[in-house]
Ligand binder design. Structure first.
Ligand code: NAP
Length: 312
């Protein structure tokens, strides 16, 4: 099956593809006037919309290298009979690990401390006052989105003796830790986001909701930047009232200028799933989907009709 990819995926599974071309240059201009004959497209966070689909008239499959496929217009694909696949499950542990890393780094001021040591500011920092962070063990953790990754974070929180609250679409029992979102924000010392970016979750953490966070609370976002009102978050961080660990941003790779000078936020470049092992496992899933499509077999991890509908 003639396949186009925006990058060469890491790991041995990639070698199993026979007809794959990696396109160079900025997306989507690299497609030029069009690529008739291309039946499958592999993307990693690139936009796939009507403009892209128009240039790929023979496309049958979009294989997204990642679980979050919010930059693929699933409705436009469905309208043209193009299937979409993603890579759910295999990246849960790596992403949950990073979320926990950001919780620890932000609350214990690990990155700030590292900068102090390197710049020779150790003594000066201590003489200006104690260099204190906030406790992780025993704190209340609010998980927004208790799906695959959110549940993996909850399991890690047990080892830190945290009190775990959660919010999701499906209402639950408060005795099991379920909270309405506003309640969860008011009650948590740490809030970590694990919902997909959809029409409902865009701007979910509005300025008003961010104001509900406790003084000294920590917000961690390894989901998608646009789930939070980014400007309001920068304002809260600039006030010094809260801290944050952010792996995702609204206009990646652009990061709001004002964040760069703030000591109370830890910034990472969208690396939730970026380990050698997990990226190879994600490649395996992409390749298995491509091979299944080629053989006319059922796709391994198709984005389902109901998932597509959520994104509309
Ligand atoms: P998932 O298993 O589908 O879980 C999503 C959770 O979000 C579910 O609990 C769902 O509620 C909840 N949810 C959906 N819409 C909601 C709404 N409007 N209000 C409240 N809760 C809502 O997804 P996942 O595999 O854990 O992945 C989550 C997201 O993480 C991905 O979509 C992706 O954007 C992001 N991600 C980022 C990285 C990175 O590199 N930083 C890596 C991997 C994933 P129900 O349980 O009630 O259905």
């Amino acid at each position: 099956m003639k396949t186009l990819a925006t990058l060469r995926l890491p790991g041995p599974a990639w070698e199993e593809l026979r007809e794959v071309q990696v396109i160079e240059g900025p997306w989507p201009d690299a497609l030029g006037a069009g690529r008739p004959g291309v039946e499958a497209l592999v993307v990693a966070n690139e936009v796939v919309d009507d403009g892209v689909l128009d240039r790929l008239p023979d496309l049958r499959l979009v294989a997204n290298y990642g679980v979050g496929y919010d930059r693929v217009d699933a409705a436009a694909c469905a309208a043209r009979g193009v299937a979409v696949t993603n890579t759910p499950g295999v990246l849960d542990a790596a992403t949950a690990d990073l979320a926990f890393g950001l919780i620890l780094a932000a609350r214990r001021r690990i990155v700030e401390g590292d900068r102090l040591v390197r710049s020779g500011g150790w003594n000066a920092a201590w003489s200006a006052g104690p260099f204190l962070g906030r406790e992780v063990t025993g704190a209340t953790l609010g998980i927004v989105g208790l799906g695959r990754i959110g549940a993996a974070v909850a399991r890690r929180a047990e080892a830190f003796e945290m009190r775990v609250l959660h919010h999701r679409r499906t209402p639950g029992d408060p005795a099991d830790g379920y909270r309405e979102l506003d309640e969860l924000l008011r009650e948590s010392d740490v809030v970590t986001l694990h919902v997909p970016l959809t029409a409902e979750t865009e701007g979910l953490l509005s300025r008003e909701r961010l104001a509900l966070l406790r003084d000294g609370a920590t917000l961690v976002n390894t989901a998608r930047g646009a789930i939070v009102d980014e400007e309001a978050l920068v304002d809260e961080l600039a006030s010094g009232r809260i801290s944050a660990g952010l792996d995702v941003f609204v206009h990646e790779p652009r990061v709001p200028e004002r964040l760069l000078d703030l000591p109370n936020v830890v910034l990472t470049p969208h690396i939730g799933s970026a380990t050698v092992e997990t990226r190879a496992a994600m490649t395996r899933v992409v390749v298995d989907n491509l091979l299944a499509a080629e053989r006319g077999e059922p796709l391994v991890t198709p984005v389902t009709e109901s998932e597509r509908a959520e994104r509309r």
